[in-house]
Design a protein around this ligand. Sequence first.
Ligand code: ATP
Length: 239
Amino acid sequence: IETVPETGSTNADLLARAAQRDFDAPLLLAAESQHAGRGRAGRTWHSAPGSSLTFSLAWPFRRSLPQLVGLPLAVGVAVAETLNALGVAARLKWPNDVLLEGEKLAGILVEIAPPGEDRVTAVIGIGINLALPPELRSRIDRPAAALPSLQADRNALLAALLNALAEACVEFEAGGVAAFAARWNALHAWRGERVAVLDGARTLHQGMAAGIDDSGRLLLDTDAGRVAVLSGDVSLRRA
Ligand code: ATP
C-alpha cells in the first residue's frame, strides 16, 4: 500500500508505472487529493480533499484481455457488499456505478496496463464520496450521494475494501464474471425498472432491466423480446 498527498489520477499513475515495470503488483495507491480523476470515455471523476476516498489497485491476472471484460462488475459487487456490511444500502447500476438511494455514491474505472508475458495487470480505480460539500457537489453534473458520516472512517473503509477486492480478484481469476452474476443481481439497483441504453445521445434499446447474465451482459426485456447488452461505452438511464 502506498499513499500520496496529491496526484492527478491514481489510475494514471499505476498505469504509467506498470508500463515501466516499476512494481510487482498487487499494489494499492491511495491519494489524499486527486485533481484529474477520470471516468469512462474521458469523463471526469470529481473529488475534494477530506471528502473523498480515491485509490487504485493494480492486480495481475493470468487471463486474456477479453476474459477481463466483466471485471468492473465483480469489483462493483465487492464494493457494494463491503458497504452493505457497514450498514450502507449500496446498490449497483450496470455496468460500473455504485448507488445509494438512486444517487451515485462511488465510481469504478478498470483500465488495463500493457500486457506482460504471462499476465495482464488490471488497474482498478475507485472513488467514493465520504461527504459532498457544496463546492464538490456543484462540480458534479448528476445527482450524487455521500456515505453517512458514521461510516466514513477512511482507513477502516479502505482496509475493508482492500480485503474484499483482493478476494474478488482471486475469485474472478478462477471463475470470471459468472462467479459474480447472482451476487450482482441481488444488488441490482434498477431491476424490473424501465431503462434506456444510450450510446452518446442515441437510444440503442429501451426495456425492463432484468439483471445480468453469466457473461456480464445486461438483460433487457424490450417490446421485441429479450436483448443482451455488452458493455462498450453505453450508458444506462431510467426511461
Ligand atoms: P454513464 O452513467 O453515462 O454510464 P458513468 O456513470 O459510467 O456514465 P463514469 O465514467 O463511470 O460515468 O464516471 C464519470 C461520471 O460520474 C461523470 O461524468 C459525472 O456524471 C459523475 N461523477 C463525477 N464525479 C462524481 C462524484 N464525485 N460523485 C458522483 N458522481 C460523479
